[in-house]
Every structure is written in structure tokens, then in C-alpha cells.
Design a protein around this ligand. Structure first.
Ligand code: Z5A
Length: 205
């Protein structure tokens, strides 16, 4: 059993890389947060709806509720079956977005993450890094083509996304064994070549 999470600012290309990884890795379960179960998907719809005016702490609790459901219903059972689980965003997104982005207290967030997951930690977290301007341009062009309105974080200003990016880099620097930063600039195939190399070096799959 191996648990890998993908993180990065919006538009960093995680989801594109996740699809490519899923084609290469046997016995893999790919999933994402917020969401991943029927209940968590309903919470996701509230969290990302631009019409909702959500208090930052209420927002935090919604992410935690979604995560709890997802961990107990999907992630832990798959790991127990010996599968490789790759999750698009996990606890580090809470630290980066609610902590570094919304400026909520990091120690409290770590405590809540531990409570929600019974202290489940990824074996490896890949952080796809690129300038926030580039990520937002990619995400905006994608969202104008998407049928769903999922742009609540996209409405935040560039300073917010810069803090999130810097937060991810600070997390990576604090624990180089668990995190790997991947240069997410360039074509998707180039990014995938970097990603695959890191995976082969870091986890037994
Ligand atoms: N959030 C939070 O605040 N706290 C938490 O605890 C959790 C999440 C778990 C979820 O949004 C939001 O919730 C997220 C953080 C917050 N908001 N933000 N920002 P989501 O699930 O809807 O989306 P996302 O996780 O941010 O991912 P994304 O916007 O879908 O982007 P992505 O996965 O990084 O990128 P992508 O979908 O692979 O690519 C975006 C576009 O760029 C797409 O059109 C691709 O075709 C294109 N692309 C991808 N790679 C490339 C390259 N290499 N070159 C050029 N174009 C590319």
C-alpha cells in the first residue's frame, strides 16, 4: 500500500498528471478532494459555488468533513486492500489554502487534519510548482469551457495565490523526505517525465 498526494496552486496541472499516472500504475485508485464520496461531493458543490458566502472557519470545517468521509469510506479501505492510492489534494491543501492563504492558525489546522484523518499521512506528496499568473491563466481558460461553476477560489486575488504557492514551498522545505517539488512549467509530457522520475526514485510502485 502506498499513499501519494498531488498538490499545487490552481491550474498547476495536477489533474492532468494524475490521469497520466493512473495509466501507468497498476492496482491504483485515483481520487480527489474535496469530494470522493457521494456525501463529500455534495459538500464540494457548496464549497466551490461562487454564490456561497462562507465564513473562513466554516469553510475549514466543510473541507474537514469532506475529508473525514473520504478517508473512512474510500482511502483507508483501498490502502487496506494493498492498492496504490493517489489523491488530488489532501491535508496539505488545508495548510496551504486555509493556513497560508486565509491566514488561519497552522497548528490548529494540523490538529484538525489529524482528527479528520486519524493522523493518516501520505508516503509522498508531489507539489507541482509554477508562477501563480501561469496557473490562473490555465485554470481560467479551462473553467470558461467547464459546465459547472467551480470558481470560488479562482476569484481570490493574485496575492492570495502567491501566499498559497509560498506556503506549499515552505511545507516542502520543512520535510524533504515526504515532499517533492516538481517544476510544473512546460508541456504536460515534459512535466510527466519529471514526475515519473521522482516517483521511481521515491516510492516502490
Ligand atoms: N481546497 C482548499 O482550500 N482546502 C482544502 O483542504 C482542499 C482544497 C482539499 C478545489 O478546486 C479547490 O479547493 C482548490 C483548493 C481548495 N481551489 N483552488 N485553487 P478543484 O478541485 O476544482 O481544482 P484544483 O484542485 O484547484 O485543480 P484545478 O484547477 O482543476 O487545476 P489542476 O488540477 O492543477 O490542473 P489541470 O486541471 O490539470 O489543468 C488546468 C488546465 O491547464 C487544463 O485546461 C489543462 O488542460 C491545462 N494544462 C495542464 N497541464 C498543462 C501544461 N503542462 N501546459 C499547459 N496547459 C496545461
Amino acid at each position: 500500500m502506498v499513499f501519494i498526494t498531488l498538490e499545487g496552486i490552481e491550474g498547476s496541472g495536477k489533474t492532468t498528471q494524475l490521469r497520466k499516472l493512473a495509466e501507468r500504475i497498476p492496482n491504483v485508485l485515483v481520487t480527489k478532494e474535496p469530494g470522493g464520496t457521494p456525501t463529500a461531493d455534495r459538500i464540494r458543490a457548496i464549497l466551490l459555488d461562487t454564490r456561497e458566502k462562507i465564513d473562513p472557519v466554516a469553510e475549514l470545517f466543510l473541507f474537514a468533513a469532506s475529508r473525514r468521509q473520504h478517508v473512512t469510506e474510500v482511502i483507508r479501505p483501498a490502502l487496506a486492500e494493498g492498492r496504490v492510492v493517489i489523491c488530488d489534494r489532501f491535508t496539505d491543501a488545508t495548510l496551504a489554502y486555509q493556513g497560508f492563504g486565509r491566514l488561519l492558525d497552522l497548528d490548529r489546522l494540523r490538529g484538525l487534519n489529524d482528527w479528520a484523518t486519524d493522523s493518516l499521512k501520505p508516503d509522498l506528496t508531489l507539489i507541482f510548482d509554477l508562477p501563480e499568473e501561469v496557473g490562473l491563466t490555465r485554470a481560467r481558460s479551462r473553467n470558461t469551457k467547464a459546465p459547472l461553476d467551480e470558481g470560488r477560489f479562482e476569484l481570490e486575488d493574485l496575492r492570495f495565490h502567491r501566499r498559497v504557492r509560498e506556503g506549499y514551498l515552505a511545507l516542502a522545505a520543512s520535510d524533504p523526505k515526504r515532499y517533492a517539488v516538481i517544476d510544473a512549467t512546460g508541456a504536460a509530457d515534459e512535466v510527466f517525465a519529471r514526475t515519473w522520475q521522482v516517483l521511481q526514485e521515491r516510492v516502490p510502485i
